[in-house]
Structure formats: C-alpha cells, structure tokens
Design a protein around this ligand. Structure first.
Ligand SMILES: Cc1ncc(COP(=O)(O)O)c(C=O)c1O
Length: 367
C-alpha cells in the first residue's frame, strides 16, 4: 500500500464479514430459483410486510422528501413514549437497532476496554466492537440449553472490569428469555447492561423498558425491523437512563433516521398490527409442533419469530443446500461454536410452513 495511505492495522488485517442473506433478487442469483418462488425464512423478517397504514404514510414523502428529517424524531418519540410507558426524554431513534449498538459502543469504549458477550447470540455486538477497535471482547458462553451462566458472568465482570455486558431477550438464535431475577443480579455488577429486545413483541413476557428511569446502568434496544415488517427501512431505537442519553445525543449523526422510516414507524404505532403479531405467534407454535414430527429435527421452544432446531444424522450444510435447491432459505451456522448442529427457521405465513414441512419430509425420505 502507498505509504501515505495508513489504514488502521487491525482493520487491514481483519477478515471481512460475509452477510449470508440478501433481498430476493440477490438470493435468486445465488440459489438459482426464481425470486417469486423463494420462501425467505433465514433472517427473521415479517413476511406479512409493512402495515397498510405504513404503506399509505409513504405517500406523504411526496411532500416531505426534499426536507431534512427532524434531528430529534419528535413525533415518533412521543408515540414511542406512549407505547412504552417511558418518557420521550429516554428514547433515541436510529437507523435500526444496529445503529444503536454502534452508538452505544462508541459512547463507552476507550482503548483496551472490555465488553462481555454471551454467545451463542446476535453477532453485531462483537462485530461492531471489533470495528471500533482497541477493545477486548470476553465471551461468557451460554449453557447447552442456551441459558446464561450468571456465576461466570459475575466472575468475568469482576476479573476484567468490563464496561458493558450485552444480553439479548428473546435471544437470537434460540428464542429464550432473560429472567427478571437474572437481570436483577446482573444489574448489581459494576457495568452497564445493554439488553437487546429486538424480538420482545413476539414474546409473552413484558419488556424491561419500564425499569429504565430508575435503573442507572440499564440500556434497552428495540427495532421496527421484525414485528413491524420494516427491516428494509432501517429504524430502531434505544431506551436509556438520562445520564447516558445526554451524551449519546452529542455523537448521533443529525439525520440518521430517514423520513420514510420515520413516517412509516409513526403510522405503524398509530394502527398497531396486533392481529398480524398474533398470527405469527400462532404460526410459531404450529410450526414448532410440525417440526417436532420430523425425525431428524428437535425444535426448541421460542419466544421470537423463529425456531431453532437441533439436526441429527445430517449435516446442517447438507440440509440447507437441500432446502436452498427447493427455494426455501433457512439459517445454519457451520462455523459457530455451539451451533454447528443447529438451524434457525423464521416464522412465515401458514403456506410457507406447509411448503417447509413438505420439503423436510421429502429430504428425510431421500436421506
Ligand atoms: C437480536 C437482534 N438485534 C438487532 C437486530 C438488528 O435490528 P435492526 O434491523 O433494527 O438493525 C437483529 C437482526 O437480526 C437481531 O436479531
């Protein structure tokens, strides 16, 4: 490289991350199945799509698209405050929960700081930490049943003086919930707990958001990508104690939330798609029972819009390839510790479950 070009050495050496999925046309190229025949159950999207109200709201763009969005997302934050029962002053909106992960890490991390991560879980926490650089990620693996090893987290927190602990509930990829007594114990630690509730709308458990005003070391991240069917518009939010959010405002890109996402999110909250959510939750239970009938799969109970299955007597690579060939996309993890024998299947519509189960039976017969 030219001596004037001094890329950060850690990034120069870093392996690029390969995102496994993409929109229908990209996946069509990849698996050789026409885009309109693909059943996309690999990235926990909401296959019912955006609400009719959100779609209608996008019409307003014709009048507003040439004006910068509100730096403070005032209308949306007021609606979110009602939805969550937490004051708008605690809420910061961003381009997906991913941006809030990034902002939160950038607010806290100095060179040589440590964060705690509890894999298997969502990868963005450690990925973004690595991008920021000069920090240490200490993994405290979950048990085989994906529950947290609270004793080990406590030990690691004290041993490393970690600044942040990332948790996810329902956890991606297994769909298990964080218990209130676990959170209570972890909040006693000398660190900030960042709790990702991207899938909480699909669960029968309450969000911990209402605790924020009285809990100085808890942050909660949420998104419109999953329940609201808005993954493509990129909008999420964080709920923060006042002592933290004050400083986040200083480092947020002013126009991080595009106006289309902002308007669509407002419209979604104004006409909450409860019926669609109930359909997805019902379908999750129906799909899990159907998956349990497949001899080579053991599905786990889940509180998200996905089900994780252990696969027996067949590699997940072979299973994914066989489903790809039939146009059905699921997620496998051949290189991830603790997940090599697992596949994660997102919840679609009843006809998607039907096609999936049919394909799984066929694959089993041919095996
Ligand atoms: C646990 C979890 N958090 C956050 C995200 C990202 O959300 P967003 O699309 O709002 O960036 C995902 C997406 O897969 C996720 O699984």
């Amino acid at each position: 490289m030219h001596p004037s070009v001094r890329i950060r050495p850690d990034i120069a050496k870093m392996e690029g991350y390969t995102f496994i999925s993409g929109p229908y046309d990209v996946m069509s190229q990849k698996i050789g199945v026409p885009a309109d025949q693909i059943i996309k159950l690999d990235t926990n999207e909401n296959l019912y799509g955006m609400t009719p109200e959100a779609l209608a709201a996008l019409d307003d763009l014709r009048e507003q698209g040439h004006i910068y969005p509100d730096v403070e997302s005032r209308h949306l934050r007021a609606l979110l405050a009602d939805y969550l029962g937490v004051g708008a002053e605690h809420i910061l909106v961003g381009a997906g929960a991913d941006e809030l992960i990034d902002l939160t890490l950038r607010l806290f991390l100095e060179p040589n700081d440590t964060i705690l991560n509890c894999p298997p879980t969502f990868t963005m926490y450690t990925l973004v930490a690595r991008w920021i650089g000069n920090c240490r990620v200490v993994d405290v693996p979950r048990f085989m049943d994906f529950s947290l090893n609270i004793d080990a987290i406590e030990q690691a927190a004290h041993a490393t003086h970690a600044k942040l602990l990332f948790l996810c509930s329902p956890n991606n990829p297994d769909g298990g919930l964080l218990k209130a007594e676990e959170l209570d114990r972890l909040l006693q630690l000398p660190l900030v707990v960042v709790l990702d509730e991207a899938y909480i709308e699909f669960s029968d458990s309450q969000s911990f958001a209402s605790r924020i005003p009285d809990t100085p070391n808890l942050i909660i991240l949420r998104t419109f990508s999953k329940w609201a069917g808005m993954a493509g518009l990129r909008i999420g939010y964080g709920i923060y104690p006042l002592d933290i959010i004050t400083h986040l405002w200083k480092i947020k890109h002013p126009f991080n939330v595009n106006i289309a996402a902002d308007l669509a999110a407002q419209a979604t909250l104004n006409a909450f798609p409860q019926a669609t959510l109930q359909k997805i939750i019902g379908e999750r239970e129906r799909m899990r029972h159907a998956l349990a009938q497949i001899p080579y799969l053991t599905p786990l109970p889940s509180q998200g819009n996905f089900v994780l299955c252990r696969v027996h007597g067949l590699s997940t690579v072979a299973l994914k390839a066989a489903l790809d060939a039939r146009g059905i996309l699921i997620r496998n993890y051949p290189n991830k510790p603790g997940l090599a024998d697992c596949v994660r299947i997102s919840i679609g519509k009843p006809e998607h479950t039907h096609a999936l189960i049919h394909a799984l039976v066929e694959i089993g017969e041919g095996h």
